[in-house]
Ligand binder design. Structure first.
Ligand code: 5CA
Length: 437
């Protein structure tokens, strides 16, 4: 992408409405634009990052054996009346009436709709288990939308739903999602800690929130410090095997949100207790037959008897994760994207646009990086060099190649690593070689 053509409305000044780093930096980096309270447009740079996050989430869901489908944003009220949640959900649900006076709503979550779909197409125990997911916009009319997309009213969620014949089957599905979540967040460079949690309006009796630590997080959390040292990417995971040992390792140490906190239990940890704040990026629930019974979604068991599927639901805040990543990865100059999520794989800064020698070297690098699949962004704008450096750092491009007249004369460019600030003068060929693989 040539920056001269890119729609990248960066801001030099901190916007006054932003209270936390991620909100401030998303506005300054031209990633989002507020449309009304808690509702945002995702501008090209923001959308690129959101899609990268979505890709990692999708890959790990698919690897865990979940199947993607897509349910609508607008749902009929009837299915929520069947489950009994139409009234319970209260003012957070955006209710809509269509031209035929039918009650509709903008989905805040999809337990009812997926249960209706599975009920319609599943007759026998032989059709189970099923593990389905989608990535779709949700609407919750939050009392206090805040911190930008972190607590929005419209937000992107990955939600999965499992249907099993037995409690053991449902627990296996829960464990599969548990491990898939650990992998998903770890692949983005995040340390997400699973914590015993309340089930709230979703219901059920087993639930974990996945929380990344951040000073500005909305949840107060307590956990064993050693949880921060566990590593899931080092393990080889076979989703067809018993995952309980992995889950046990992550749940064997104390970790709870303030809702489930047990001060006596926590006190036993002494100085190994960590009391911090965190951001909830995922939440998984086992709720048994709550929805399958209420919505009469029985299948015929082996002897023809009615069996109500055991269910669970599993959410990841895809759009919230973009904010969570920025909270975890930024410095005084802007965002520092981990390579797995970076909107562009490399940036080229031409210090003297219009100078034939510099233009040639920069354009050549740009073409080659594109051919390598590095998806480069090339700052070819006719503006001050200082502004180019500032923007490239602000938008967090992990590798930056600086092309200037003095270097070009000596056949060198400068390769800069955004994360540690290290710079090296090397030939353009060496810079390219470093960015291969
Ligand atoms: N049906 C279940 C699981 S699919 C469910 O809705 N769970 S949830 O309510 O916990 O939401 C799942 C995730 O969505 C949360 O962990 C959080 O990361 C994200 N989320 C929830 N509310 C918001 C919001 N207002 N803004 C941004 N993300 C949100």
């Amino acid at each position: 992408m040539r920056m001269s053509r890119y729609f990248l409305p960066t801001l030099k000044e901190d916007p006054s409405e932003a209270q936390i780093a991620s909100h401030r930096l998303m506005l300054r980096a031209g990633m989002i634009r507020q449309s009304s309270a808690g509702i945002y447009s995702w501008l090209p740079l923001g959308l690129k990052v959101l899609s990268k996050v979505e890709d990692v989430v999708r890959e790990e869901q698919d690897a865990a054996g979940a199947q993607e489908l897509l349910m609508p944003t607008i749902q009929p009220a009837e299915i929520w009346q069947e489950s009994g949640r139409y009234d319970d959900y209260g003012a957070e649900m955006l209710r809509i009436r269509d031209r035929h006076d039918r009650d509709m709503l903008f989905g805040p979550t999809n337990e009812e709709m997926i249960t209706e779909i599975v009920r319609a197409h599943t007759r026998s125990y032989k059709d189970l288990p099923k593990l389905l997911y989608h990535i779709q916009w949700k609407f919750r009319d939050e009392v206090r939308p805040r911190f930008g997309i972190m607590r929005g009213r419209e937000f992107l969620m990955k939600d999965s739903y499992s249907f099993d014949l037995t409690y053991e089957g449902a627990r296996a599905a829960y464990n599969r999602m548990f491990v898939a979540y650990l992998r998903t967040f770890a692949r983005m460079g995040l340390k997400a800690i699973p914590m015993a949690a309340d089930t709230g309006p979703i219901g059920g009796d087993l639930s974990h929130e996945f929380i990344i630590l951040a000073e500005t997080g909305e949840s107060e959390v307590f956990c064993h410090k050693d949880l921060l040292d566990l590593d899931v990417l080092g393990e080889s995971v076979d989703y067809d095997s018993d995952l309980q040992p992995i889950v046990d390792r992550w749940t064997g140490m104390y970790a709870a949100t303030d809702e489930k906190h047990d001060p006596e239990e926590a006190a036993k940890l002494g100085d190994r207790l960590l009391n911090a704040r965190g951001i909830e990026v995922g939440h998984i629930f086992y709720f048994g037959t709550k929805y399958s019974k209420a919505m009469n979604a029985a299948v015929a068991g082996p002897d023809g008897e009615h069996v109500f599927p055991e269910m669970g639901s599993y959410g990841i805040g895809v759009s919230r994760l973009v904010g969570g990543l920025i909270e975890a990865f930024h410095d005084e100059n802007g965002i520092v994207w981990p390579e797995s999520i970076a909107p562009f794989g490399a940036g080229i800064i031409n210090l003297k646009s219009g100078d034939v020698a510099c233009d040639d070297v920069a354009a050549d690098l740009y073409g080659k990086l594109k051919a390598m699949g590095r998806d480069p962004i090339y700052d070819d704008r006719d503006i001050r060099a200082g502004a180019k450096f500032a923007d490239m750092d602000l938008i967090g491009i992990p590798w930056q190649i600086v092309v200037g007249p003095r270097g070009v004369k000596n056949d060198v460019v400068e390769l800069k690593n955004r994360a540690n600030g290290e710079r090296e003068e090397i030939s353009a060929e060496s810079a390219l070689a470093r960015l291969t693989g």
